[in-house]
Design a protein around this ligand. Structure first.
Ligand SMILES: Nc1ncnc2c1ncn2[C@@H]1O[C@H](COP(=O)(O)OP(=O)(O)O)[C@@H](O)[C@H]1O
Ligand SMILES: C[C@@](O)(CCOP(=O)(O)O)CC(=O)O
Ligand SMILES: [Mg+2]
Length: 303
């Protein structure tokens, strides 16, 4: 018996970290996927070639294996499995590798067990795994990997799928990441020390996200870049940017991008830039020191 499923990675356009405090956020699935295949086996093995992982244990753990171990505990029986994970994105890159892996594994386990409960339950189950492993997580990453396309997560945590022509977006990433759990904990500590200031910062991020959503619904991408720059300034004030992420952000702007910001938890990982009419220039400029790619959207969710 063998089953497989695939889920996309994502880029957060607006609202990362604020979304942990029930502020809205906008995310887009990108054409980089994680595919998981599970098959019956005499003992449990996990193979992730892109990470050089060949792991054998009844309860996989350590790094990204924590997400797999928790999924098996919650959504599988005790029978041994061979689990193979093909990842088209670097782990820890701010592009949602943990969420895409979790959603794809839950999809493969559901098919293996003959379950069919729809995307809402899949997203909820995957979100529970991220919370259990990370200590805190919004439903954003797991929702976008489940539903695909474009998602606006509102302040009541409702998933609103929508369509818009995002135009020319570029994603660039570093070779290292800031561990999401650690970055989320750092923002929580700053919130504890400066609750009023941080509360106002998150309120302002909410205004930026809602302005962007309103304009995208009108298919107006003109203010997108400037709104990204405003969001970046507030991410910097949350303490999640780094010298190198700031260098990438400014390299993209100097090459003509209308705006650019961190995408994901920060501390490392990736940036996103809106580059109307200058995608090639921005990719060329960023590729001098980092790894950049034109992001393709309108991507399917869990399949
Ligand atoms: N080379 C690696 N081997 C195993 N686990 C890794 C490796 N690189 C990153 N990880 C783990 O992968 C997970 C990535 O999840 P996260 O930090 O949420 O980043 P993202 O979701 O943005 O990709 C983390 O648990 C991290 O410890
Ligand atoms: C920082 C946060 O808003 C997004 C984290 O994204 P990623 O795990 O770095 O891809 C956390 C969350 O939404 O759970
Ligand atoms: Mg993650």
């Amino acid at each position: 018996m063998k089953s497989s499923a695939s889920a996309p990675a994502k880029a957060i356009l607006f609202g990362e970290h604020a979304v942990v405090y029930s502020k809205p956020a906008i995310a887009a699935a990108i054409d980089r996927r994680v595919t998981v295949t599970v098959s019956e086996s005499s003992s449990t093995h996990v193979t992730i070639p892109s990470l050089g992982i060949r792991h054998s244990s009844e309860r996989p753990s350590g790094g990204i294996l924590d997400y797999i171990g928790r999924c098996l505990e919650l959504y599988h029986d005790a029978s041994p499995l061979d689990i193979r994970v093909e990842m088209e994105i670097p782990a820890g890159s701010g592009l949602g590798s943990s969420a895409a892996l979790t959603v794809a594994l839950i999809g493969a386990l559901d098919r293996y067990h003959g379950r069919d409960h729809g995307p809402g339950e899949t997203a909820a189950r995957a979100h529970r795994v991220e919370v259990d492993v990370q200590g805190a997580a919004s439903p954003l990453d797991t929702a976008i990997s489940t539903y695909g396309g474009l998602v606006y997560l509102d302040s009541q945590r409702r998933v609103r799928q929508f369509e818009a022509d995002l135009g020319d977006l570029v994603i660039a990433h570093l070779d290292y990441s800031g561990e999401t759990a650690r970055m989320v904990a750092g923002v929580a500590e700053r919130f504890r020390r400066f609750p009023d200031i941080m509360g106002r910062i998150m309120d302002t991020v909410e205004s930026i996200t809602n302005t962007a959503y309103r304009e995208l619904l009108r298919n107006n991408t003109e203010p997108l870049g400037e709104l990204m720059n405003l969001n970046q300034g507030l991410l910097d004030s949350m303490g999640v940017s780094t010298r190198e992420l700031s260098m990438m952000v400014y390299e993209a702007r100097n090459a003509g991008a209308a705006g650019s910001k961190i995408t994901g938890a920060g501390g490392g990982g990736s940036i996103i830039a809106h580059c109307p009419g200058c995608v090639d220039d921005v990719v060329t400029a960023l590729n001098r020191n980092w790894k950049a790619m034109r992001a393709e959207f309108s991507v399917k969710g869990l399949i």
